[in-house]
Design a protein. Structure first.
Length: 413
């Protein structure tokens, strides 16, 4: 195992043994290989820096690099934003440990060397974020490498494998050019990703949201506290903000939008699709601490005479989201609430059973203006997973789910 701090500053010699320069930087080209050190930047006094490719490196050891060619075969250095610089972009930078689900700072980069077609390739294996790597940085150039290794061997290692590393790149242009995959980041649970974002600067938060698709961004923003939600959304382009908000549950979208500045709110609503904008505007009519302000309008409504088979076909045909399937809402011929059927009862029923045979008792509902305290009491008393909200004509207009209750009660603590 080699360390970046042992190679940066290393003396470099060509195939004839002539001194070429010292290693000033190491570059990874993510578009070619995500972990290979593809270029070494070599500097010598006032001369223009040279670049040695990975296939021009014969051997690497702490403090010394030998090339397979002479100096004349090396290229002059030209800056390239698509290259990831180990010293500039990694050392001392914050990264996201997607395995440990936290933000850490890089002290050193560990590399493995492997022989390939007569040359030596360096591959990033892991980054050091603990005491051994910090100590190595402090003692580099003061204590011989072998002595440093003996000292750090007595300390507990703390490293993150390269595949679990996700860079935080606030600059949108560099973020695109580096082509760093955000697949691993997107696989984190939105709650974990929200916790990570709370540790970052505003620019870094925006870079995380920009790296996610609209659905993942919506789920993550929904997990942030209201203050950060507003900060993140107000910094987005209105069209991008609208795309993300459209992926949120209507009640979550309404809670977020009502805290935006009036001008921003207007711009976002104008960019949203008519159906989603209308749903959100309807919810904004209700007070935040009322049943109407807590409900989602995404509910599955079917006639009370429908069979279990017909309802399943309806759900499959409309590709209903699992988030909407706590309860199936039944209506009578007047479109008034006739009952609810828990999804568990639906799954266990036979295909020909009528929905009226599966109704949950007692039949409970609340008006939009019902205060949140009364809603909490109903959930607690009847151990509910959801509660239907009806208008003055008893028609169902939405539902409050248990996760909404938990979120509201946590906010009151």
């Amino acid at each position: 195992m080699l360390h970046a701090t042992e190679i940066l500053g290393a003396e470099t010699y060509d195939s004839a043994g002539n001194f070429v320069g010292r290693v000033k930087e190491m570059f990874v080209v993510p578009a070619e290989q995500p972990n290979r050190v593809s270029r070494l930047l070599l500097g010598r006094g006032k001369y223009r820096p040279l670049v040695a490719r990975y296939d021009q490196i014969e051997s690497v050891e702490p403090g010394r690099v030998k090339l397979t060619t002479d100096e004349s075969a090396l290229d002059l250095y030209h800056a390239n934003e698509a290259w990831l610089a180990v010293r500039k972009d990694l050392l001392d930078q914050q990264i996201i440990d997607t395995n440990g689900r936290k933000v850490v700072r890089v002290n050193d980069v560990d590399l493995v060397d492997q022989r390939t077609n007569g040359n030596t390739e360096l591959r990033i294996a892991q980054v050091g974020v603990g005491l051994p790597s910090a100590l190595r940085r402090l003692l580099q150039g003061i204590v011989p490498p072998n002595a440093i290794r003996r000292i750090q061997a007595k300390l507990p290692p703390r490293n993150i494998r390269w595949e679990f590393v996700n860079l935080i790149e606030p600059d949108p242009l560099r973020r695109v050019k580096l082509r760093l995959s955000s697949d691993t980041l997107a696989k984190l649970h939105p709650a974990d990703l929200a916790d990570i974002m709370e540790e970052l600067s505003p620019d870094e938060r925006q870079s995380i949201i920009a790296s996610l698709d609209e659905e993942a961004a919506a789920d993550t923003i929904a997990e942030l506290d209201k203050r950060l939600q507003t900060q993140v959304v107000e910094k987005l382009d209105p069209e991008k903000a609208a795309d993300i908000i459209e992926e949120m549950k209507p009640d979550e979208a309404a809670d977020l939008i009502q805290n935006l500045e009036p001008d921003t709110l207007k711009e976002v609503l104008e960019e949203m699709r008519h159906k989603e904008a209308h749903e959100v505007e309807e919810l904004l009519r209700f007070g935040e601490n009322t049943a109407g302000g807590m409900m989602t309008t995404e509910i599955v409504v079917v006639g009370e005479d429908a069979t279990r088979g017909e309802v399943v076909d309806f759900i499959q045909f409309h590709e209903v989201s699992p988030d909407q399937l706590d309860n199936i809402v039944l209506i009578n011929r007047d479109a008034a609430l006739a009952g609810t059927v828990p999804i568990a009862r639906l799954l266990l029923a036979s295909g020909e059973q009528r929905m009226t045979e599966l109704v949950f008792e007692p039949l409970l509902s609340v008006k939009p203006e019902t205060r949140d305290k009364e809603v909490f009491e109903l959930f607690d008393k009847y151990n509910l997973r959801s509660l239907i909200v009806v208008n003055d004509e008893k028609c169902p207009i939405g539902a409050i789910t248990v996760d909404d209750i938990v979120s509201r009660m946590r906010a009151k603590l």
